[in-house]
Design a protein around this ligand. Sequence first.
Ligand SMILES: Nc1ncnc2c1ncn2[C@@H]1O[C@H](COP(=O)(O)OP(=O)(O)O)[C@@H](O)[C@H]1O
Ligand SMILES: [Mg+2]
Length: 239
Amino acid sequence: MLDMQDISRVYRTDLVETHALRGLNLSVDAGEFVAVTGPSGSGKTTFLNIAGLLESATDGRYLLDGVDVNTLNDNQRSRIRNEKIGFIFQSFNLIPDLNIFDNVDVPLRYRGFGGKERRQRIEKALEQVGLAARMKHLPSQLSGGQQQRAAIARALAGNPGFLLADEPTGNLDSLMARQVMDLLEEINANGTTIVMVTHDPELARRAHRNVQLLDGQLASPDLFARPAAADDVDLQPVA
Ligand SMILES: Nc1ncnc2c1ncn2[C@@H]1O[C@H](COP(=O)(O)OP(=O)(O)O)[C@@H](O)[C@H]1O
Ligand SMILES: [Mg+2]
């Protein structure tokens, strides 16, 4: 589903060049739940942004569902991003003066769905994350854990095949973090591929596979090669 070969990303300013990724090789199969760890500055966010088509690699090849993303124009990239990929961020990124229903609606409006379809998708997503009774609340009227669940509903409402999460529990206490992780596991068990950056070793252990970034590369490439049989994924216990 995601196949990166020799991906580099260089940020250039007048004064400095930062090599955020240096020849990263990483594949993620459909149905996997992969946790990405690594020190601050090791390139985790850059990797997710490239994976999610928010940014382009400076060099290397990235195939998403078999499509070489380098061959896509801006419109095609946005369309694929909106249709296939959901994002979750550490800081939730909800719009403060929209209620939860309208927050989940934002990307659906952007995609041009009609009112009835949007309502159905929003209600289903909010039900899935346990917030059906909170639709009319503003983000500030919810706990951090609930806000992150609302952000997950916003990502899910688009029906993405692929969920990218950048330290989704970084602003949550450990109980709420575990609840968000329970929800991500359930979403993965329902068929959504998940790549999650996390600092929390306990949460990382719950993923199918851990990869560690160090200075823009895999920490030990041999350990993290693609699993021998992709259908192993189906044998993972469901929490
Ligand atoms: N937009 C940017 N402009 C310049 N440098 C950047 C930018 N984004 C990230 N970097 C640099 O790239 C490196 C990797 O950053 P990042 O991917 O955010 O790491 P992580 O998420 O692992 O903390 C860091 O040295 C960071 O300062
Ligand atoms: Mg980061």
